[in-house]
Design a protein around this ligand. Structure first.
Ligand code: NAP
Length: 245
């Protein structure tokens, strides 16, 4: 079968798969939502921007004669994953996900697990803390009503409009991060609470290791429920599956 692959990207896993695929004769394109200003160079063709919901993705699959979709989006990109699941089922094309296991609490971790952003905000309705808020740009507004905390915000890009927090420090920096560097940052800003999505993977885990080292609280936002699909944790496993399907 002649493969024609659509990789839904935005993660280091998607990039790793693109590099692996580039060494084969499989035709593939990687797709980005267009959320960040600078996209890492990729060795395969890329496209940027939403498809226009399920119907838009179905049209794209048909027009481009896509045979396989690999959902390598972030575990919190629930809308894209749901759309991909439905569009692939309705288009009769193969779907697999390339993802990463969720982090699990270990000895020394002080995690407070919450279901979603709303619960994380509720958890913060407490006396003032010094908070590292490392959840990306899109959901910052949800926390801005709680103005009594100090927030250390870490974002990939410099925001066009400064986030509405009276007491904040903004760090613009793209991962992967190291535990040593994150330990230094937590100490320097006297952080006593880290708010994190349970992203899994290595790059974003540095702050969790640093929080463990300092024995500080972590509000861990659990993953959204994603559709049941075939999942792989390694790009090589995706390649094996492609050759078999
Ligand atoms: P989302 O809420 O699931 O997606 C919202 C919409 O953005 C989708 O319906 C789709 O628009 C478009 N979209 C998302 N990913 C796309 C992709 N790879 N290619 C083309 N369109 C895409 O997703 P999100 O949370 O906004 O995340 C957007 C991107 O950022 C994803 O690629 C994800 O891997 C990456 N990312 C997300 C997080 C996070 O915490 N959510 C963290 C790091 C990276 P249409 O309906 O118009 O097709």
């Amino acid at each position: 079968m002649q493969h024609n692959l659509l990789i839904l990207g935005g993660t280091s896993e998607a990039s790793a798969l693109a590099h692996l695929i580039a060494k084969t004769d499989i035709k593939a394109i990687i797709s980005y939502a267009g959320r960040v200003q600078r996209i890492r160079p990729q060795p395969i063709q890329k496209r940027i921007g939403g498809f226009g919901g399920i119907e838009g993705l179905k049209a794209y699959i048909k027009d481009e004669q896509i045979t396989h979709v690999i959902d390598a989006t972030h575990p919190f990109a629930a809308q894209m994953s749901a759309n991909a699941h439905t569009a692939c089922a309705q288009s009769g094309v193969h779907l697999a996900a390339l993802t990463r296991p969720a982090w699990q609490p270990e000895t020394g971790d002080n995690w407070h697990q919450v279901a979603d952003i709303r619960q994380a905000v509720e958890w913060l309705e407490k006396p003032a803390r010094r908070v590292m808020l490392a959840i990306g740009r899109l959901h910052l507004d949800a926390f801005s009503a709680l103005k009594h905390h100090f927030y250390l915000l870490r974002l990939v890009d410099s925001p066009e409009i400064a986030p509405d927090f009276p007491n904040k420090k903004l760090l613009v920096s793209r991962g992967p991060f190291t535990p040593e560097a994150d330990l230094k940052i937590l100490k320097e800003h006297q952080i006593d609470l880290v708010i994190s999505k349970n992203a899994g993977g290595q790059g974003a885990y540095a702050k969790i290791l640093a929080a463990r080292e300092l024995g500080i609280d972590v509000v861990m936002i659990n993953r959204p429920v994603l559709p049941q699909r075939l999942e792989f944790y390694h790009p090589e496993a995706v390649l094996d599956w492609l050759y078999q399907s």
